[in-house]
Design a protein around this ligand. Structure first.
Ligand SMILES: Nc1ncnc2c1ncn2[C@@H]1O[C@H](COP(=O)(O)OP(=O)(O)OP(=O)(O)O)[C@@H](O)[C@H]1O
Length: 265
């Protein structure tokens, strides 16, 4: 396993490939997240190991790598659902985050109420929450099924309801764990377009504060279409962290190159 160079530094890999770090936040835009030597251990399994990274506001970061490499664990750490066993996670204050999963968790009530409940939990009055929920469902093209039971909807529709639920909260940071992995190609495309739309919007802090998105995916076409930066993980460690163009066109550490070649077949 390769040692991970410090965040912000140019990295020199054992095989001599130079890999520049993808992003450095200017001083007036502090990073949304900074991880310093973060490790997560589940019993005997080292799910993450010595992860150093910094995510700047407005970045669209794709996490890729083989099954079990630690993508979900990293997203869970960023959302506060998993606690680092070592290292440090710093998060900028006052940002609102939402997370989506491969299989959305829908409550046994209407689509509209599923969205409205998220707002109500944030202190919005129920009547206003219902009205805002309808607007959010409109945004994902689902106003026509607002009254339907959310659990009776297709997987693609449920994921769109989950996006509407996130959207309604005006998140500054959106985390998505393989959000299209269990969808058919048509639904996949629809959800992907909505992700792009959401990533191009801004959070509660206003137009100067674009949404920051971190997502995991096994679909490299999707990564090319959506990401500004790609992080390749192997056995819980970051092996490459590059702007999307450089990741797909420049030299890569051997393991990442072979992974990309395999996934592109
Ligand atoms: N709650 C848990 N308890 C024990 N081991 C876990 C737990 N969650 C994850 N792991 C292990 O940690 C490692 C990383 O898992 P993780 O789900 O983060 O990988 P992943 O890259 O998201 O995988 P996939 O592409 O299959 O979703 C794996 O070996 C997994 O089995």
């Amino acid at each position: 396993m390769s040692a991970v160079p410090a965040a912000g530094a140019a990295a020199s890999w054992p095989d001599g490939v130079k890999v520049a770090r993808a992003s450095l936040s200017p001083p007036d835009h502090p990073p949304v997240f900074s991880l310093h030597g973060v490790g997560v251990r589940y019993g005997r399994v080292q799910a993450l190991l010595g992860v150093n990274l910094s995510v700047a506001p407005g970045e669209r970061v794709a996490l890729i790598g083989a099954n079990g490499c630690g993508k979900s664990t990293l997203l869970r750490v960023l959302h506060g659902l998993a606690k680092p066993s070592s290292g440090q996670l710093l998060r900028s204050d006052g940002r609102r985050q939402a997370m989506l999963f491969q299989r959305p968790h829908m409550l046994r009530t209407s689509a509209q109420h599923n969205v409205a409940l998220g707002l109500w939990l944030q202190g919005v009055r129920w009547r206003d929450a219902r009205a805002q929920a309808l607007l959010a469902l409109q945004r994902v093209g689902l106003e026509g099924i607002a009254a339907q039971g959310a659990r009776t909807l297709s997987g693609g529709q449920q994921q769109r309801v989950a996006l509407a639920r996130a959207w309604a909260l005006r998140p500054d940071v959106l985390l998505l764990d393989e959000p299209t992995a269990s969808l058919d190609p048509h639904a996949k495309r629809e959800v992907e377009l909505l992700m792009a739309d959401l990533a191009a919007s801004h959070g509660q802090a206003g137009p100067a504060h674009p949404v920051t998105m971190v997502f995991s995916s096994h679909n490299l076409g999707q990564v090319k279409r959506l990401a500004s930066r790609v992080i390749y993980l192997e056995h819980g460690a970051v092996l490459a962290d590059l702007p999307v163009h450089d990741f797909f066109n420049g030299p890569l550490p051997d393991a990442a190159r072979l992974f990309v070649k395999g996934e592109m077949v």
